[in-house]
Design a protein around this ligand. Structure first.
Ligand SMILES: Nc1nc2c(ncn2[C@@H]2O[C@H](COP(=O)(O)OP(=O)(O)OP(=O)(O)O)[C@@H](O)[C@H]2O)c(=O)[nH]1
Ligand SMILES: [Mg+2]
Length: 368
């Protein structure tokens, strides 16, 4: 029997950018899995190496687009720009539980702008982890109390952690008596405190093992959240450049100590980041609580302000903003919203215009 000619349309090669562990791979894999049951998202401390190519179908499979979640770590910056010149649209992922990293996600998108071959280029953003944003809001007092308890334990007993090289090795450190904790140590203290409270049956180095006691708070989420919180609680003796600090922190998924690295070594790659931030040892539960609510968890106003920034910079970037969604990948409704947004982007792709555009500017620097 003659095979029926396929009339599937490939409409769109869409780059998905944003900081490490914001949820790029998870959302695209979940969308791809709707029509390809062999696809499944796995938790991993590694994060995406380079990029993935994932096919997402629409309109009963007659229409599809290729989504490329590019590894969010800073080490893939060059790759991002190279892919930028062949992409037809960008989706920027923003983690709704770590809003002070948004600037870094935006920087990834604007770093591609200079090589975009189109005017009226469709750009959208998806704010992820809505479920976790709600869960942490409800649980914020327990989060803060657990961290203060973790700090007290660290003072009395020292801190134990597992560094992951070829082998997983147990290591430990004691706090010094200065009344201030260096960033690297505080990051580990917060991770340990939240793991102690919100997980059981952990296996060092394995992101898939153990039971999550707070729905949606994965071991990876625990690390990214702890890093963002540590940054928000800290101050620097010699203040560093904000973008350089964000770049430095966006170079690894596990904690710095778990990766056997430190601020000084990473600082060589990011000299403008300045000295290692410090956190006062006697921080209170109320301070932690306020910082989580005000500096980490995004609300509607934050999203609206971000949208304004995108619109404001469009005359520099040549972007055409095609909408946003705030979703959870664990809810059918969230996946539907993301899918509809991508379908809309595909419509906008057909309206963008080819342009000879080779400019070397940094829209973020020009605006701020
Ligand atoms: N609670 C919750 N967690 C999410 C959601 N989306 C993603 N995550 C979690 O976020 C973590 C990172 O997700 P990934 O998709 O691997 O992140 P990524 O952006 O691809 O990260 P890189 O590949 O390192 O750039 C994982 O633990 C996911 O389970 C969400 O909607 N809700
Ligand atoms: Mg990924």
């Amino acid at each position: 029997m003659e095979k029926k000619q396929s009339n599937k349309i490939n409409a769109g090669r869409i780059l998905v950018v944003g900081t490490q562990a914001g949820g790029k791979t998870a959302i695209v894999t979940k969308l791809a899995a709707r029509t390809d049951s062999s696809m499944e998202y796995y938790e991993d401390f590694g994060g995406t190496i380079e990029t993935e190519y994932l096919k997402v179908s629409f309109d009963e499979g007659n229409f599809y687009s290729l989504l490329l979640p590019i590894g969010g770590q800073e080490k893939w910056a060059k790759l991002r720009e190279r892919f930028g010149s062949t992409a037809e649209a960008i989706v920027t992922i923003l983690d709704s539980c770590t809003k002070q990293f948004w600037m870094n996600s935006l920087q990834q998108a604007t770093s591609i702008s200079g090589v975009l071959p189109y005017n009226n280029y469709p750009v959208s953003f998806i704010v992820t982890k809505k479920d976790l944003n709600d869960a942490i809001t409800k649980e914020v007092s327990s989060f803060s109390e657990s961290i203060v308890e973790g700090l007290a334990r660290a003072k009395h007993e020292g801190v134990t952690f597992y560094s992951r090289g070829f082998r997983i090795s147990q290591r430990s450190f004691k706090l010094n008596e200065t009344g201030e904790i260096p960033f690297t140590q505080m990051e580990q203290i917060i991770v340990n405190a939240l793991e102690h409270k919100y997980f059981t049956g952990l296996e060092p180095g394995n992101a898939r093992k153990g039971d999550m006691l707070l729905q949606g708070f994965s071991l990876v989420n625990c690390r990214i959240f702890s890093r963002a919180l540590t940054l928000a609680l800290s101050y620097q003796a010699e203040p560093g450049d904000q973008m350089a600090i964000l770049g430095l922190l966006n170079d690894m998924r596990p904690t710095m100590l778990e990766l056997d690295t430190n601020w000084t070594d990473l600082g060589r790659k990011y000299p403008k980041a300045g000295s290692e931030p410090l956190i006062p040892v006697n921080i209170s539960t109320d301070e932690i609580k306020n910082v989580i609510l005000e500096k980490l968890l995004a609300n509607e106003t934050d999203i609206n302000n971000f949208e304004k920034e995108i619109n404001k910079m469009s005359y520099l970037t040549g972007w055409r903003h095609t909408g946003w969604e705030h979703i959870s990948i664990f809810e059918e409704d969230g996946l539907n919203k993301a899918s509809n947004l991508i379908r809309r982007i595909m419509g906008a792709i057909s309206e963008s215009e080819q342009a000879d555009k080779f400019s070397l500017f940094d829209p973020i620097e020009e605006l701020f």
